[in-house]
Design a protein around this ligand. Sequence first.
Ligand code: SF4
Length: 81
Amino acid sequence: MATEKTTNFQNGVFQAIVEQCEGCERIVAVEETKYCGTYVNPGAKWRQGMCNFATHAKPEVAVVTARINPLKAAKRASKRK
Ligand code: SF4
């Protein structure tokens, strides 16, 4: 099975990793070239932002805290009745 996997990387189906992949645990090194064990085209995974399978980087979760004015909230609630 391991040989089968290696063949996939060598027959040109899989493309080499991109710079952003460096440090990811899914990288598979075959001879001189590094490939992603998960994606055929790692470059495409990074084109639109972060690769969601990257093990070395996590997207920063933007926490948006909605500030609620308690007085206004009470007014709104009372109007609804
Ligand atoms: S999982 Fe994503 S970051 Fe990791 S090697 Fe593959 S494409 Fe690159």
